[in-house]
Ligand binder design. Structure first.
Ligand SMILES: Cc1cc2nc3c(=O)[nH]c(=O)nc-3n(C[C@H](O)[C@H](O)[C@H](O)COP(=O)(O)OP(=O)(O)OC[C@H]3O[C@@H](n4cnc5c(N)ncnc54)[C@H](O)[C@@H]3O)c2cc1C
Length: 218
């Protein structure tokens, strides 16, 4: 796929350090799929709020969900929002405070968050969310009941007006500062998957399933 070099709109065109901009869908999808944690920016009673939550991608849309009573979800429903996803890949230490930086991958999506009304579609999406994280888990679970589906809001956001930004590599210092006896470089950062532990209430004979053992190891 040819890399898209043009922003989908003027307001999503990266201006600051625009050499770090990524607009092609493969690049954007890779970041969305790498990091479920996202932040939703929306207006509630005329005031901006940014709420952390989880997202998952299916094709050309990103989904997020929560309690039907959630103020964040109610204010985001059929409203213009900004969804961001960011991965911190490293601290970048330069020879001056000014040039310190971070290596990162991030995505911003602007658009209208649409409510998924159909209970069956909602149920499928919620199961897909779990399957996306732990393939094979849904088949092992008690199915969602009608009340649970009703109590859950699922919102869907098209990935049509989106940009990504990626910084990688070394610090960039002023030429004359490379003569200074100062350590400079990168401290890489990554999320580590810990050892799973059970909740202490397992029935006899219940063992750790493969989708738990394999999580984060592929
Ligand atoms: C983990 C992390 C840490 C950061 N730390 C800093 C920091 O300490 N100081 C700092 O100035 N910047 C930091 N950035 C970069 C920051 O996100 C902005 O890109 C930068 O501040 C420029 O903002 P702006 O509004 O001037 O961007 P502009 O270039 O004016 O933004 C125009 C459009 O470009 C797109 N865009 C801008 N930034 C991003 C982005 N990060 N990802 C995807 N699309 C984007 C949006 O569509 C936006 O509407 C960090 C980014 C990440 C992910």
């Amino acid at each position: 796929m040819a890399r898209e070099t043009k922003a989908p709109s003027e307001r999503t065109r990266v201006k600051r350090t625009n050499q770090r901009a990524v607009y092609d869908r493969d690049g954007i999808n890779a970041i969305l799929d790498a990091q479920p944690l996202c932040h939703i920016g929306y207006l509630r009673d005329g005031h901006p709020f940014v709420t952390p939550t989880f997202q998952w991608r299916e094709g050309d849309r990103v989904y997020f969900h929560g309690s039907a009573a959630s103020q964040a979800l109610r204010a985001s429903s059929n409203a213009d929002i900004c969804l961001t996803v960011s991965c911190l890949d490293g601290y970048v230490l330069a020879r001056s405070g000014f040039h310190h930086s971070v290596n990162y991958r991030s995505v911003m999506i602007l658009g209208k968050a649409e409510v998924v009304d159909d209970p069956e579609e909602k149920n499928t999406l919620l199961n897909n969310f779990i399957e996306g994280l732990w393939p094979g888990r849904v088949a092992t679970l008690r199915p969602n009941n009608d009340q649970e589906i009703k109590a859950t809001t699922v919102l869907s956001l098209p990935i049509s007006e989106a940009s990504a930004k990626v910084r990688d590599g070394n610090p960039v210092d002023d030429d004359e500062d490379y003569d200074l006896p100062i350590w400079a470089g990168v401290i890489p950062m990554r999320t580590v998957v810990g050892e799973p532990y059970d909740d202490g209430r397992l029935l006899d004979g219940v063992t750790v399933p493969d989708h738990v053992l394999k999580f984060g190891r592929s």
